[in-house]
Write a protein that binds this ligand. Structure first.
Ligand code: HBI
Length: 360
């Protein structure tokens, strides 16, 4: 049973950029799957509202029709808020308005303006889980106004992510987690490196390809091909580098590839809010070689469970790849079990929800 007094009735609203299970929602899909499973296991009642076509294990789902929302991470900082006609985001929140009295707490996981604007229009408290760092003036204003007006209601993955907002000190750092039972430790890796993530410019895949080529190591690439134009752009480098693109795999499939890797390369161009792929790797005993920026910089214990290198330095990646042998695969798994288990995540979110309901 949960550590808070009674079971909570929770309504979670997902990202409107794609159905759950499509990979378009990136790390938020994994967070929603893991958090929902753990809270349901603890006896809380919850329902997840998401675009039609979503799948989320055995978690009760309310699927909404409507046009998907343009992704915020590819727009510019001055981009005005947009809402397509028959927007799925609007339909999701109209549903939430109708059912709100059946729930104790509403939690938004969409990185969009509307859910923030609607907070004072709801009778039930709305909590905001912010899944990326600062991307636009409009969202920064929405997030910091909510932090001001509704203290304690803004949750984030990491302090590095919170620090990208003016209201950094008013954000609740909640971290992330993986279901460790889905990841099998591997002590003896094969001779290849791994890169995982949405294939989109902000993830810096071209640097991982360059580093693998200079290290003469095969690179296996996993993830949703989100930006075909960008993929075309980096193809020339791929012709000469030994790479395999394996597409967007389920967790069960991806961990069979990931666990046998010598290391995971993380090359974020932006402030990665967390970097769930880092804890997926650690859970398999795979060390993480990452640019020292954003979430991964708070996860990797450089010299022990991976290497942190100067941001955007391919030389730094190559140097770290040459020093993989110094890293301890058992320590990687141990770090995941200590800090990134579902139980640890469930405790952090339960406490956050309890604190919100206490102060409501
Ligand atoms: N863009 N507009 C919008 N809304 C989201 O919820 C959103 C997004 N871009 C990316 C994204 N969510 C997730 O992939 C990240 O939060 C992890």
């Amino acid at each position: 049973m949960s550590s808070v007094q009674s079971a909570l009735r929770l309504l979670f609203l997902s990202t409107p950029v794609g159905p759950l299970g499509s990979g378009l929602g990136g790390g938020v899909e994994l967070t929603l799957m893991n958090l929902s499973q753990e809270l349901q296991r603890r006896g809380h009642q919850l329902q997840v509202v998401a675009p039609a076509g979503s799948v989320l294990g055995d978690i009760p789902l309310a699927q909404m029709a409507g046009k998907l929302q343009p992704t915020a991470h590819t727009q510019g900082r001055q981009t005005p808020t947009t809402l397509p006609d028959t927007a799925v985001l609007a339909n999701m929140w109209d549903y939430a308005r109708q059912v709100q009295d059946e729930y104790d707490l509403i939690v938004n996981f969409a990185y969009d303006w509307l859910p923030f604007y609607l907070m004072p229009f709801f009778r039930r408290p709305v909590a905001q889980f912010v899944s990326m760092g600062s991307l636009s003036v409009a969202m920064d204003a929405a997030i910091c106004q909510a932090a001001e007006r509704f203290p304690g209601r803004i949750g984030v993955y990491t302090q590095a992510q919170a620090n990208t907002f003016a209201c950094a000190t008013r954000c609740r750092v909640l971290g992330s987690a993986v279901d460790l039972s889905l990841y099998e430790f591997c002590a003896q890796p094969q001779d290849y490196l791994v890169w995982m993530g949405r294939i989109s410019p902000e993830k810096g895949l071209e640097d991982a390809i360059a580093a693998a080529q200079r290290s003469q190591k095969r690179l296996k690439i996993l993830g949703k091909l989100e930006d075909p134009h960008y993929w075309e752009q980096i193809q020339p480098a791929c012709q000469t580098a030994p790479i395999d693109y394996l597409g967007f795999l389920t967790t069960a499939q991806l961990q069979t590839v990931l666990r046998q890797g010598q290391a995971l390369l993380m090359t974020p161009r932006w402030i990665e809010a967390f970097g769930n792929v880092a804890i997926e790797a650690l859970a398999c005993g795979v060390p993480v070689i990452a640019y020292q920026r954003g979430g991964p910089a708070e996860i990797v214990q450089s010299g022990k469970t991976g290497w942190l290198v100067p941001p955007d330095s391919v030389d730094g990646l190559v140097k770290a790849i040459a020093q993989i042998a110094q890293l301890d695969r058992a320590a990687c798994r141990q770090q995941a079990e200590t800090a990134y288990s579902l139980a640890a995540l469930g405790d952090r979110f339960e406490q956050w929800f309890h604190d919100i309901l206490q102060s409501d």
